[in-house]
Design a protein around this ligand. Structure first.
Ligand code: SF4
Length: 387
């Protein structure tokens, strides 16, 4: 569920959001309409295993609007009993009053946009909350669920290994079962992008690489396992079920402006992207056509699948060998071009990326990606069958 409203735009963010409530009631209505339309498209064949309210800042949306969307989902879809319901929230929104209102909703996982644990960095990132509000929000959210995660942006100018260490210690101290750590990246059409263009901001990529390496080398000592390049959990049950669907090429319906869906039917993978601008989204939903989706070519599908596997830090050689000898040969040739130090010693035949491999994951992907003209005639991507 992509809920597009934010209080204001953060200087690093290029997500499709709006900062005026003007469109929101109509967008929420359109989201409910889109949900009903998806239901009509899929019928009862669908069982939902996870629901994710992201954005945007879902916690900034009126509870009345959240209620309308939750009710529509519950009304139209068959939900798995243990369905994961996540809502992204910002620390400044999480108050005892908000908690009282949200308590009746089925959310059982909370993802807090903390972003940094020192006030000077929060200010630099243009965030509206303080570190104190983060700690208060975490305490409050733990009264609703033990499944609380924070987002953290690292690799800011002049940050050192000590700073990464400090964050890890604090995350451990808060006993968070999960966190996501994203490296600061500069997007073109953002304030930071403009600063970089004007020479007011420089990003030291070598220093950032050192921080990534330190993060991945040390998370275990803090009790976390990297199950994805940017995601860390204390136990398997705290891994984000929802995001795992993206990384393993599962079926997901994404609703709202700028949302991207993907699903597989009878051996063909489809993608659908909603218009990002709320106005164009509203127009599209008024005249919906569920068949306006794009079938993926088999090479594009393989590229998407292997991208997810590399993000999950594994190359499942066994499965590839068993299911597609031609693909296995391609993978073997591709891996032969990568230094051995990019991988940990194989366990049971599969490969896991080493810390060095994480730093060079883009190069690994470049080697593994396929172009249509590289495949033999009649080749189809079939690994999905046992996914
Ligand atoms: S709150 Fe999140 S979605 Fe909104 S502008 Fe900031 S980073 Fe982007």
């Amino acid at each position: 569920m992509h809920l597009p409203l934010c209080r204001r735009r953060c200087p690093y963010c290029d997500f499709p959001i709006v900062v005026s409530e003007h469109y929101v009631p109509r967008v929420v209505q359109a989201i409910c309409q889109e949900l009903a339309w998806w239901h009509a498209f899929w019928g009862a064949s669908l069982t939902v295993t996870s629901v994710y309210f992201g954005g945007g800042t879902p916690s900034f949306h009126s509870v009345r609007w959240l209620d309308a969307i939750v009710n529509t989902i519950v009304k139209h879809f068959k939900l798995e009993k243990s369905c994961e319901w996540t809502i992204e929230c910002n620390p400044e929104d999480v108050s005892p009053e908000w908690l009282r209102q949200i308590r009746a909703f089925p959310f059982n996982r909370f993802s807090l946009g903390a972003q940094a644990l020192r006030d000077e960095w929060l200010r630099w990132l243009g965030r509206l909350h303080t570190v104190r509000q983060i700690y208060q929000a975490v305490d409050l959210l733990f009264t609703l669920s033990d499944n609380v995660s924070i987002d953290w942006i690292f690799g800011l100018p002049n940050q050192t290994i000590d700073d990464v260490d400090f964050h890890l210690r604090e995350i451990e101290r808060m006993q968070l079962p999960h966190f996501s750590a994203y490296l600061l990246t500069i997007e073109e059409n953002t304030v930071f992008g403009y600063w970089v263009q004007k020479g007011k901001l420089t990003i030291d990529e070598e220093r950032q690489a050192d921080l990534i390496a330190y993060l991945h080398q040390s998370v275990r000592t803090f009790g976390y396992e990297a199950y994805e390049i940017s995601n860390f959990a204390r136990a398997v049950r705290f891994r984000s079920r929802h995001n795992l669907l993206y990384w393993t090429c599962g079926n997901y319906l994404a609703v709202g402006p700028g949302a991207h869906s993907a699903w597989t039917v009878e051996g063909i993978r489809y993608r659908r992207a909603n218009p990002a601008h709320p106005y164009r989204y509203l127009q599209a939903v008024t005249n919906p056509n569920p068949l306006q989706c794009e079938p993926l070519s088999d090479t594009a599908w393989w590229n998407e699948w292997i991208l997810g596997q590399v993000r999950l830090l594994t190359i499942p050689l066994n499965r590839i060998r068993q299911q597609d000898p031609w693909l296995y040969q391609h993978v073997e040739r591709a891996l032969a071009t990568c230094p051995q130090e990019w991988f940990c010693p194989a366990i049971g035949g599969d490969l896991r990326l080493s810390v060095r491999g994480i730093l060079f994951s883009e190069s690994i992907l470049q080697a593994l990606f396929l172009l249509p003209e590289e495949t033999p005639e009649g080749w189809r991507f079939r690994l999905w069958q046992n996914a």
